[in-house]
Design a protein around this ligand. Structure first.
Ligand SMILES: [Fe+2]
Length: 411
């Protein structure tokens, strides 16, 4: 679709969505009231609002009271998934991979290929276009991660009369990048956004079904953890937009990092997307616009339209090597503008991508890239690692890893 076609689509879909409600302004006001209350709670309990659980407790039945909190907040910290020593070793390993292969020289030559983050206010972050280092593979394919992801996937409603949307116990692996943020960095960050589609959230048929309760005055019944139709969304073709269904996005901390160390920020409201969706239907937003969101870019959350929601943006608490953070694909997130700490704040991005048709389709394409050592299909084709020493090859993989990468069948 060209720009004119996209704008026409926005105009017609907005009319359709407004008509789902008896009164789209009062529908928005109702949602706004809920968000206001949640923002107050976040401000009051800022340091404890994000649910936390120890890795060793995730499979213990009497710890299950945490589930309710995760479903409400749309995020969770799982601590001590890996030991500190292991993380230190992997961090060093990753460091060597970057330096021995002259990543920084390569990167200078390829600046501008990654257009995804170019529209976000803070510019290009210190996120590395590396996918296949041993450190990343070891974390992604570990037994620990397998347990964590099963637990996370099972928090969703995925079984319906006619079908199961996904298999929560068979995990695929979505190769993503690493963040290595230098101490003192004060120019790079990521402004608030969501990744799994921008204008699609209003215009795509499956997204309209997912959000139907929100648009049709039924916000109270909307459940962000209903997986129905989540595997059927179709994103605009664009490099670096996620074409998989993730039950949770997430990362694993390689180094200690707390607030002000250039860390992650979240708006811990699982139903927060309802505010963004209905806000775009109000009369002060031009008919061919969606509060600043653009096709093929991250969904933008900004002061002009979303100031109330942004009041709920908080930095996550201090993370230690081996801790992991997970957030629902609709949860607004950002990376702090400034890193005022004294050491690198490094993370490996690992999301949860359960076995379903949409993810299998992607994994098949991704596995070809893995074999060649190229950037995965969702990311800018920077292809740094083709000739890198120490890159993960097929012979380095366990049977579980091969299943997770779609190189052998799960069944
Ligand atoms: Fe993101």
């Amino acid at each position: 679709m060209n720009i004119i076609e996209i704008q026409n689509k926005i105009i017609s879909e907005k009319i359709k969505l407004k008509n789902k409600s008896k009164n789209h302004l009062s529908n928005f006001k109702n949602i706004e009231k809920y968000i206001k209350k949640e923002v107050e709670l976040i401000k009051r309990f800022e340091n404890s609002i994000i649910p936390e659980i120890e890795f060793k407790n995730i499979l213990i039945e009497n710890e299950r009271t945490i589930n309710e909190k995760v479903l409400k907040r749309g995020c969770v910290i799982i601590r001590n998934v890996f030991g500190e020593k292991k993380m230190k070793d992997l961090n060093k390993n990753l460091d060597q991979y970057v330096l021995e292969n002259n990543y920084f020289e390569d990167q200078k030559k390829k600046i501008g290929i990654d257009k995804y983050f170019s529209e976000l206010k803070s510019g290009k972050p210190q996120i590395f276009g590396l996918y296949w280092s041993k450190a990343q593979s070891e974390i992604r394919h570990s037994q620990e991660m397998e347990k964590v992801k099963k637990w996370l996937n099972n928090l969703w409603n995925y079984k319906y009369k006619d079908k199961s949307v996904f298999d929560p116990n068979k995990e695929l692996v979505y190769a993503d990048r690493v963040r290595r943020r230098e101490p003192g960095d004060d120019t790079l960050g990521l402004s608030p956004h969501c990744d799994a589609g921008s204008i699609e959230r209003w215009t795509d048929n499956a997204y309209q079904k997912i959000y139907n309760d929100i648009f049709s005055d039924n916000f109270e019944n909307y459940n962000p953890f209903d997986a129905k139709y989540r595997d059927e969304t179709i994103e605009f073709e664009s490099p670096a937009v996620a074409h998989v269904f993730r039950t949770f996005q997430g990362w694993t901390a390689l180094t200690e990092q707390g607030p002000n160390d250039g860390t992650l920020q979240l708006i811990p409201i699982a139903k927060g997307m309802a505010y963004v969706l209905t806000r775009a239907l109000l009369d002060d937003v031009p008919e061919n616009e969606l509060c600043g969101s653009k096709a093929g870019k991250a969904l933008s959350i900004n002061e002009k339209y979303h100031s109330l929601l942004l009041k709920g943006l908080i930095s996550i608490p201090k993370m230690y090597p081996g801790d992991t953070i997970w957030w629902h694909p609709d949860v607004v997130h950002a990376v702090e503008e400034k890193h005022l700490g004294k050491t690198f704040s490094n993370v490996v991005y690992v999301g949860a991508t359960p076995y379903c048709k949409k993810n299998i389709n992607y994994i098949k394409k991704q596995s070809k890239k893995f074999i060649e050592g190229k950037s995965p299909p969702d990311f800018a084709a920077e292809d740094y690692e083709v000739n890198y020493k120490g890159r993960t090859k097929i012979n380095d993989l366990s049977e579980l890893a091969k299943k997770q990468l779609g190189l052998i069948d799960w069944n």
